[in-house]
Each structure stands twice: as structure tokens, then as C-alpha cells.
Design a protein around this ligand. Sequence first.
Ligand code: SF4
Length: 578
Amino acid sequence: MLRKVLYIDLTKRESWVEERQGLFDQWMGGTGVGIKLLSEECPTGADPLSPEAPIILSIGPLNGVFPVATKAVATFKSPLTGELGESYAGGRLHLAMRFAGHEAIVIRGKAELPSYISINDAEVKIKDATSIWGIEAQTTGMILREREPGVGRRSIIRIGPAGEAQVRYAGVVVDTYRHFGRLGLGATFGSKNLKALAISGTETAEIPDARRYREVYNRLYSTAVQTDVMEKYHDIGTSVNISVLNWLKGLPTKNFQLSSFIDAEKISGEMFADNYLFRRLSCAGCPIGCVHIAALKSAFSPHHEFEVRKVSYDYEPIYSLGSNLGVNTAEGVLRLIDVCERMGLDVMSAGVVLSWATEAYERDLITPQETLGLPLQWNNVDGYIKALENIVKAPNEFYAALAKGVDYASARFGGQEFAMALGGNEVSGYHTGPASIVGQLVGVRHSHLDNAGYSIDQKAAKKQLDPEKMVDEIIKEDNSRGVFNSLVGCLFARGVYTEENIIDALGAVGITKTKEDLQTLGESIFEEKYKFKTREGFDLTRVRVPRRLFETVSTLGKVTPETVEEMLRLYRKKRGWS
Ligand code: SF4
């Protein structure tokens, strides 16, 4: 199988394919290939919203071939943090890229007018999107489904008004209910006048050893569906963690002022499942079905006329738009998720920005004049909906600042001690202890999914891990996830893809790797990413930790600045950094 990169230049309206076998041989695919292409393509110091800043989409050798290898990765320069942007999405994109025969796509330049890219096998067209510019993300998807070929073998990714307005944490909606959520890929699309990308194809994957393939496939499939490795994701789903983390005192509440929520039961996974769950869906190629869809009934006229909107939910949006905003009804959370979905906003950043604004308003750092008369108060769902709309419209300096993220807004209006971002990225929903804080600080994209520090804290609660052991675990996860994200698998399936299974699966598609090869690859990918980060100005010795994280009790008790400092020192030492 020849492994190729599709290049698209929006400025010149050109596209071409290059064989890059050596690139894939060395960096596997997915995030490994993504970071190499970004380093090649992005000039040092480029403005993330300029035509010079590229977008890279990539998949790996197992996508479309093995179960639960269902993700695609976007690599770009983040307009939110100014350094590495990396975001993963499920849905059908990975499969459509495989069908079209493009394992990596590089998008350069800027279209003169609103446009979308249409890829069908080798044919690439840059089409006019003037008529859909300004339209919400979901409706855009519906329109393009009518216009674009390839039903059943197609993926459509698009931005909403937030991406067009270049809100720094705008996301890209992928097919239905999946997203490139974090770090502002939507703003990058918007800066290129790029509304959407539709991709489809008719190619098939080459399997050099069909017998071995069948054996490995069956083994992976039965581990996924017949053991308990992935069971929890199907049942109540990740939202089951609301009750668990609340009990553990790890559930961020009202901008991390508390770590448990008195009304947690009212927004628990069980509450959603019993009263709102409508159906479960899967990414293409996954037998699990962890995408939980709620039916949200709302009246749109006083004459008993109702609209039923389908809204996907999981743990992170319920934390960020629920407990963290003091919202104590499942319906309120769903209404807020729905607005983010339509606007094309990252729910996590949006919730954290609003929770900072609410506390700043409470402390009189922000006046009603700045909020345009909107009372930003805990649990005020209607007020939050209006505020989200204002963030996208940016009618004044205050809302324009909110659109740039919580670091920027707090630097402008004050309240940095409770501006909940680590490495410039709004924090995820875990106040479990020092590993969660350090994990997000050192992580390549400052996400809880870089190394699952929150899970290391929970392990530490059971078996006394000292700071050094926690750092060892963080490094191990950092490296091994680099390999898994090159394949590109769903992180929920990490228990299915043991090292042995990865080696066997790669063998079945003609790629020979040893355990040592995989370990070296993981380390190299991590180093490449840090090279890019430091090149673009990231400095681990100068990261800001909001004081709030040391004030509020966590699952492991109060975290001290000294513990975090010590772990960062150990981390740098073990990485061999001066
Ligand atoms: S477990 Fe969930 S997120 Fe992962 S591939 Fe399956 S449906 Fe998609």
C-alpha cells in the first residue's frame, strides 16, 4: 500500500498528491505524521489565524481496518494557546479518508471567498460556500448531505458561526455528534474562509495476510464486546462519573470553588439515562455505542407546539456546563450543550469561560455595563445562553475578550487566581489531585487525555503513590498514548489494544514492529511535539497554575504548590531537560 499525502492550497485553488512512504514508515500515521507535517509546513512564529498556518488531518494504519480504531487527528497551531494544536474526532472521517485513499491531508493558504472542500477519491474541488456562511453547524451538515456525493462512504466536517467569528475555542463538528472540540480548530477553519470539508471515496484497504487479519480482528472484537473492558462506556456512559467524582470530591463546581455539587444527583448520568436518553450511537467501525443522545423537548409556540432536539452528552459537557456553572437541571445542561453545538463552540472552554465570568461578576470585577445588562449568575441558564451568543457576536470589548479564552479575559479584567486554564487551555472536569494538575501542565496539548493524570490521582488514592511514582506514570502515559494516537484508536479502547495486540494488528497489515520500536516511537513523537511547542514559545518553567487549585480540597486533599513544583522538577529531570 503506497502511503500518500494530499496537499490542498486554498489560495492557489490547487491540489496534488505526494507519495511519502518514508514519512509514514518512520512516524506511523495519525499524530506522528501530523506533528512532522505541521513542523514542515508551519513557519516559526506564524500567526495561527494567518494563511501561513496549515491544518493537517491524518489517520493511521489501523483505521478502517480494525474495530475501535475510529479516530482522525487534526494538527495545527492553536489560536487559543499559540502553540501546538491537536484534536481528535470519531464519527466517519477516518473511514472516509481511508476510502478516499488519503492518510494525511494538508490544507494551506486562505480562500478568497467562503468555500468548502469537496474530496471524492482523487478528485478535489474547492466550492463556493457563500450561501452557507453564517449558518449553524448542524444545518450546514444537512445542506451538504444533499449536495455532496458518496452517501454511506462519506464524512462532512464543518464549522458554525463561532468558527467563522474566529472565537479562539471554536470547534469543528464532525458528521453527527462528534467534534474536533479543543484548542480552536474551528477558528483556524474560519480564518481560511473554510466552512466545511466533505470527503468520500471508493478505495478498499489492502490486507496482505488475510488469515492473520481475521484472527487478530476476531480477538480485538471479542475483547471489546465480550469482556468488561469497554462495558461502562456503553451503559450509562462517561456521565456515570458525575456521581463517582462527586463522591470522591473531585467534581469541579462553581468555577472550582467546590469539588462536590449539592445537586449532583439532578445532573447525574443516571438522571440523564432514566429521563432523557433517546438512543446510543457509534463511530463507524465501533461495536460499543458510547455516544449517548438525549431528546430535548422544547416548546416553540404557546399553542402546544413542540420541537424535539437531539443532543449528545457525556461527562465533560455535564461538568463544564452543569456543576461548574451551578446548573442543577439536566434540561438546563442540555439546552447549553445544544447552543454550543449549533454555534460550533468547544463545550469545555465555553463552560470554563462562563464560570470565570460569573465569579468575576460576583466579585464586581465586571460591571453590568460590560455584560450589557446580563446578570451572570450561577444556574441562570437563559443568561448563559445569551452570553454564549454574545461571545460569538462580540458586541463589545468584554465579550470579545471572552472569545479569546479565560487566560486572555482574566489578564484584561483581573481574577487570574480563579481563571481555570493550564498551559492556556481551559481545564477539564477533574479536581482529583496533583497528577491531574501536573498532567495537564506537561501534556502536549494540555488536555486530561494526554496522560490521564486524573486517573493516576485515583490510583494514588488507593495505593499511596508518591510524587515520583506519579511522574513516572505520567511519562509512561505521555509516550504510550503517542503510539496509540498514531494508529489512531479510540482512547476508550486502550484496554483492548495491549502492546501485543498492537504488534499483531500492525503485522496483519504488513507493518513489522517490536515492543522496543513502539517505545522509541512514543518517545520520538513526544519529543517532536515538545520541539514544536518550545519553538513556538511554550516554556514549562513559566506555566501559571491558578491559585484556586491549591485552595479547594481535591480527592487527595488539598494540593500544595510545593508538591506541584516538585513534580514539575522531577518531570523535567526524568525527561532530561535542564
Ligand atoms: S467507544 Fe465511543 S467514542 Fe470510542 S469509537 Fe466507540 S462510539 Fe466512538
